[in-house]
Design a protein around this ligand. Sequence first.
Ligand code: GAR
Length: 213
Amino acid sequence: MKKIVILISGRGSNLRSILQAQRLKAWEADTVQVIANRPQAHGIAVAKEFGVPVTILDHQACHSREEFDAQLLEKTQSFKPDLVVLAGFMRILSQEFVQFFQHRLMNIHPSLLPSFPGLKTHAAAIATGVKWHGATVHFVTQEMDVGPIIAQGAVPVFPDDTQPTLEQRVLQIEHSIYPQAIEWFIQGRLHIEHGNVRVEPAQQQFFQLPITP
Ligand code: GAR
């Protein structure tokens, strides 16, 4: 059994999709801990619903960024995870953390990277008038939103989209590509070659939602 630790900050809809997939598809892996950096994160209730223990590491209760970073690294290491999953974790990780969990640290970002790194991706997509938007699952490296891409999911952008309607559509694809990427990892099917991720045996790493609004 591989061990997964999931880090969250908020709503926990990706967390739910991962825990549902783990249960439904009987993964050879167990989510042994959810760590939240906000005591009021709704995702804490989601973890409890699935019987997953939660650690709350409130960054606001720490005296400095360094103190929080050190606690987060120590706590996460203590569970000896094979994979650390960032599911809407809105803190920048320390270099030590990223280095320690290199190639076993995944993130989901709500855009088709390298377009729109950072925050407010849906508003940026609407403002620039792109016709496709989406989400990216990638391994985390020192540079934010840049690591090797495992899977991408595209959704159409409609002329009357607003930030909430587009976010909802992107979340739908997030909830299918993130569990898929984690499943590949658990099955040992992800290989990084020259900074690019391949799935072996080969499987399509791009997904899309139906075009109908
Ligand atoms: C998701 O849209 C995820 O892609 C995004 O935060 C949201 C979390 O939602 N992550 C980032 O922006 C990371 N830079 P959730 O709590 O419902 O899973």
